[in-house]
Design a protein around this ligand. Structure first.
Ligand code: PGA
Length: 250
């Protein structure tokens, strides 16, 4: 685990990690994430690309998730997010980046197609992840089976509330999403988890010290042999160490 200072520290550390990963290979399959946490990392990667330090020409990418029902052009879709904040600024060819299609006519079939495409591309080499305040990874909400593959989910109220800031009203936040499953995520060869902000303290504490259990999806990561966690000081300080409460007279 690496503890860094602030958003900039997190972005630099994560971008450097990804660039080092890419330097060691002629080609790579990256699993990517959305949300607020990786925005700075994408910015930093774009800057490094513009400085000639990294190319994405031989990179394939697969995003973790997408809302059901939003068109790619909808400013709240993850397609739009990825294009605006990353893909349109780098040299990844159009046919090499992928997100689940949230407007597919047959959503179940889309889940299978997405899995198949990941397999055909050789599987994910490095998966970038964020964590929800409730411990979700991707859109795998508490209670999701650790054996889950790419599937359709009903979003938790807490997740819809957390994401409502991007929409005009909470009613506009989609109720469903397609997400890679926990088992699909754990198949990545390496995982890079970014944790930022004091509101993530509890989830981080569970990840580090809690029992491995489906109630807290992120605890599944403890079963993976190669996870790197980059955490900012705010999240780290907010994460309770079991028993430590007593030190303060609790
Ligand atoms: P955030 O989301 O980066 O917007 O906090 C992380 C997540 O929910 O996975």
């Amino acid at each position: 685990m690496k503890i860094v200072n602030g958003k900039d520290g997190l972005a630099k550390e994560a971008a450097n990690y990804i660039v080092e990963h890419l330097k060691k290979r002629d080609a790579s399959v990256l699993g990517l994430a959305t949300g607020s946490t990786p925005v700075g990392t994408y910015k930093e990667l774009i800057a490094m690309h513009k400085e000639g330090k990294v190319s994405f020409a031989n990179v394939h990418t697969f995003n973790l998730d997408e809302y059901v029902g939003l068109k790619n052009t909808d400013t709240n879709s993850y397609h739009y997010y990825m294009k605006e904040l990353f893909f349109s600024h780098i040299d990844v060819p159009e046919d090499q980046f992928h997100l689940p299609k949230g407007t597919a006519e047959d959503i179940e079939a889309e889940c299978h197609t997405y899995e198949k495409l990941i397999r055909q591309t050789g599987g994910i080499d490095l998966q970038l992840l964020g964590i929800g305040t409730n411990g979700h990874i991707g859109f795998n909400e508490p209670g999701t089976s650790f054996q889950s593959r790419t599937h359709v989910v009903t979003l938790d109220e807490s997740t819809r509330e957390a994401n409502a800031r991007f929409f005009d009203a909470i009613e506009d936040v989609p109720t469903h999403a397609i997400t890679m499953g926990i088992e699909s995520i754990l198949e990545a060869k390496d995982i890079l988890l970014l944790v930022a902000g004091k509101e993530k303290g509890e989830a981080l504490s569970e990840l580090l010290y809690g029992d491995v259990r489906e109630d807290i999806p992120a605890t599944a990561l403890r079963k993976h042999p190669s996870v790197t966690v980059i955490v900012d000081t705010e999240a780290y300080q907010a994460a309770k160490i079991p028993g430590e409460e007593n030190l303060y007279g609790g």
